[in-house]
Write a protein of this length. Structure first.
Length: 251
C-alpha cells in the first residue's frame, strides 16, 4: 500500500494524539457522532493485537466533506511472521491494516498482508467476502478474541503462500498475461494508462527476476504508485493478490 501512515512506533499515546478518533470520547462528545449500540472501538482491537505481539506502525484518518472524521486506520506488523531473502535477511513482514468507521455503520476491517521492506510496498492478501469484516454486534464483541486468535494461523498461511511464490518462476507469456489482467483491474483497455510494459518496469535491482513474488511486487508498485485513496488502494491490493490465485501461476 502506498499512502502514508503517521508513524507512532507502537506507542498508544502517540496513536491517540495523531488520530483523535481513536479516542471514543472524541467521536461522541466532540464530533457528536452517534455510534451503534455494540460499537467495537478500534483501540480495543489494537490492544488485544499488541498482547499477541503485533506492533503499531502508524495511524491515519479519513474526513468527510464536512471535515468530520469518518474513519480511522491503524497499520500493525508482527516481527515473528517474516519472509526471508536468499541471505537470510527479512524481506517482508506480516502487516495488518485495521479500518473502522466512527459510527459503526460499516464493519471493522482486518486486512492481512505483507509489507515489503525494500520498497515500502504493501500487498494485501485476499481473504474472501466476509472473513476480514467484523460487524458491530453483541456477538462479535463476545467473539473478538477468536478473530484475533485466528490471525496467527492466517499469518502463517500468508508466509507459506509468499514463499511458494518465490519458488515458482513465470514464463514470458505468464508474466504478460498477469500484467494484462492486472492493468484491467484499474484501467479500460482504451485508456492511455493501460500499458503492460509500464507495469513490468524494473525500478531497482531487487525487482529483477521472474519468480511470482518479484513479478507481483513489480506490477503492484507500478500499478498503485499514484493511488491516494485508502479504500481504493486496499481494494486494488486485495484484487491483485487474488488475481495471482485465480491465474494459478504458482503451485
Amino acid at each position: 500500500m502506498n499512502y502514508k501512515f503517521i508513524p507512532v512506533n507502537n506507542n498508544l499515546d502517540k496513536a491517540r494524539a495523531f488520530a483523535n478518533s481513536l479516542n471514543n470520547d472524541f467521536i461522541t462528545n466532540v464530533q457528536k457522532i452517534k455510534q451503534k449500540e455494540f460499537y467495537i472501538p478500534t483501540l480495543d482491537v489494537v490492544s488485544k493485537l499488541q498482547n499477541e505481539g503485533w506492533k503499531i506502525q502508524g495511524v491515519d484518518e479519513a474526513r468527510a466533506g464536512n471535515r468530520k472524521i469518518v474513519s480511522n486506520y491503524v497499520q500493525m506488523q508482527h516481527p515473528d511472521f517474516t519472509v526471508k531473502n536468499s541471505k537470510g535477511q527479512d524481506e517482508a513482514i506480516a502487516s495488518l491494516t485495521i479500518s473502522n468507521s466512527c459510527s459503526g455503520n460499516k464493519p471493522l476491517h482486518l486486512d492481512l498482508g505483507a509489507y515489503r521492506q525494500v520498497c515500502s510496498n504493501g500487498a494485501i492478501r485476499f481473504e474472501g467476502a466476509e472473513s476480514s469484516k467484523i460487524q458491530h454486534t453483541k456477538v462479535n464483541i463476545r467473539d473478538l478474541d477468536l478473530f484475533i486468535f485466528e490471525l496467527s494461523a492466517k499469518s502463517n498461511k500468508l508466509i507459506e503462500e509468499i514463499n511458494a511464490m518465490k519458488d515458482k518462476n513465470m514464463s514470458y507469456d505468464e508474466i504478460k498475461r498477469f500484467a494484462y489482467n492486472a492493468a484491467k483491474l484499474r484501467f479500460n483497455e482504451d485508456d492511455d494508462k493501460f500499458d503492460i510494459d509500464a507495469l513490468l518496469k524494473v525500478n531497482r535491482v531487487e525487482d529483477e527476476g521472474n519468480d511470482v513474488w518479484t513479478v507481483f511486487n513489480r506490477i503492484q508498485e507500478n500499478l498503485t504508485h499514484d493511488v491516494k485513496n485508502k479504500e481504493e488502494d486496499i481494494w486494488l491490493n486485495k484484487q491483485l493478490f487474488n488475481l495471482v490465485n485465480k491465474e494459478m501461476v504458482y503451485a
